[in-house]
Design a protein around this ligand. Structure first.
Ligand code: C2E
Ligand code: CA
Ligand code: CA
Length: 419
């Protein structure tokens, strides 16, 4: 079922709701670490795993509950007539326990874990969009915490961003490009910069990309946002390269746009418009996002690589354990998640891990970059370990693109005056 279908289904259930009907739970269930299953055994096996999980979830729900599959390994259950939050939490616990025994897929036993987020009507929202959004937020909490199932907790969550505000911001060109330099650890020169989107809304104040990118991904606004980001970044890149023609640029790309047929054409035509060679641009894709649909990701990345663009695997090490599939992706760069870099100074295990990620990347002929470098000591350690590049507040914070370009001008050697 599509998201639109799900919203309509939930809206119908809410329509006739009366106070004495009790609470309605919205439970989002995602299977964890199962993308590799499809990658190794084929799409059909991944799909069969999804079906087996559907049956397993259904087996612990009540007859009046509705269960729909909304993605390959993603489900939403609507739980009417609950006696309160506690009752919703019990339902989540039942589903978690149902996955203690492995699923059976053909002749294979597949051990599968789930993470669950639940929101409850009317306390966590009165309309379908809000309830689904809050179930998603609760899911995020369950991924961060050790609990496998989490109930939405509205204490301390920032206010919801209205869809219309983001839509306007993208359409009205109100987002800004900030650039964060990347240092080459051998030459000690700034060789590249990463584009990071910024949004300052008059009413909402500054909104961090960690808040508006997921919203854009959920609502389809990621397509216009990606077009904006490509064009705005390449425009600044052209200005910067007029000063230093060796500078390269990195652009974050959400794999949610991989489904668009003309993505590659869009990118190459923007490159043409701004006169920038594909080899000067690296597209950064997070490791987790790649695994949402490894087959499609692989195909798109290969197309982009064929055009000469660089591919970076972002947040490496933070998500699904990935050594097994890493070699399939045509990546040119590995970006070590800043979680490891922050711990580098006082955690021996992080040192070992970073060292092995660097070796792994080099073994696969990739450049290895560390992000989130916040002090001189970590920078020196990374250089000593043979890491190729580094980014972080210690080197420079992300700057408005205009300021970055001004800085570039100021650092260029002055031409000697003519007599
Ligand atoms: P990311 O791609 O992992 O970007 C790095 C984030 O780390 C940025 O956060 C950056 O400001 C921050 N950072 C840089 N140096 C340091 C440091 O030394 N210490 C710490 N603690 N943080 C540092 P930001 O700008 O808030 O972006 C968050 C995420 O939003 C990005 O993570 C990226 O995934 C996404 N994003 C940002 N702009 C875009 C965009 O235009 N398109 C897409 N699809 N995603 C974007
Ligand atoms: Ca990035
Ligand atoms: Ca990152």
């Amino acid at each position: 079922m599509t998201r639109t279908g799900l919203v309509a289904l939930l809206a119908r259930q809410l329509e006739g709701w009366r106070e004495d009907d009790g609470a309605l739970g919205v439970m989002l269930v995602r299977l964890q670490r199962v993308r590799e299953f499809g990658l190794f055994y084929g799409y059909a096996a991944g799909d069969a795993l999804g079906e087996a999980a559907l049956a397993r979830i259904a087996s612990v729900l009540r007859p009046q509950d509705t269960l729909v599959r909304v993605g390959l390994h993603e489900y939403v259950a609507l739980l009417p007539g609950l006696r309160g939050h506690h009752h919703a939490a019990l339902a989540g616990g039942r589903v978690v326990r149902a996955f203690e025994a492995p699923l059976q897929v053909g002749a294979r036993a597949a051990p599968v874990a789930v993470k669950i987020g639940i929101s409850v009507h009317p306390d966590h929202g009165r309309d379908a969009e809000r309830l689904l959004h809050n179930a998603e937020t609760a899911y995020g909490a369950s991924r961060r915490d050790s609990e496998d199932s989490a109930l939405y907790d509205d204490t301390g969550t920032p206010p919801l961003i209205p869809y219309e505000a983001l839509h306007q911001a993208i359409a009205g060109n109100l987002l800004q490009v900030h650039l964060q330099p990347m240092l080459d650890l051998r030459t000690r020169r700034i060789v590249a910069a990463e584009s990071l989107a910024r949004w300052h809304d008059d009413a909402l104040g500054p909104v961090a990309p960690d808040r508006f990118i997921p919203l854009a991904e959920e609502t389809g606004l990621i397509s216009p946002l990606t077009r904006w980001s490509l064009n705005a970044t390449l425009r600044h890149a052209a200005a910067a390269r007029a000063i230093d023609p060796t500078l390269a640029f990195s652009i974050n790309l959400s794999p949610r746009v991989f489904g668009e047929r003309d993505l590659v054409a869009q990118i190459t035509s923007s490159l043409g418009v701004w006169g920038i060679p594909a080899s000067a641009i690296t597209l950064e894709v997070t490791e987790n996002a790649l695994m949402e649909d490894p087959k499609l990701s692989l195909r798109r990345l290969e197309d982009l690589r064929m055009e000469g663009l660089g591919i970076s695997i972002d947040d490496f090490g933070a998500g699904y354990s990935s050594l097994a599939y890493l070699k399939f992706f045509p990546a040119t760069e590995l970006k070590i998640d800043r979680g490891f870099i922050g711990d580098l100074r006082d955690d021996r295990r992080s040192i070992q891990l970073v060292r092995s990620i660097i070796d792994l990347g080099h073994h696969l002929k990739m450049r290895v970059v560390a992000e989130g470098v916040e002090d001189a000591e970590s920078l020196a350690m990374l250089a000593e370990m043979g890491c190729d590049g580094a980014q972080g507040y210690f080197i420079q914070r992300p700057l408005p693109a205009e300021a970055f370009i001004e800085g570039l001008k100021a650092s260029q050697p002055k031409a000697s005056p003519l007599h």
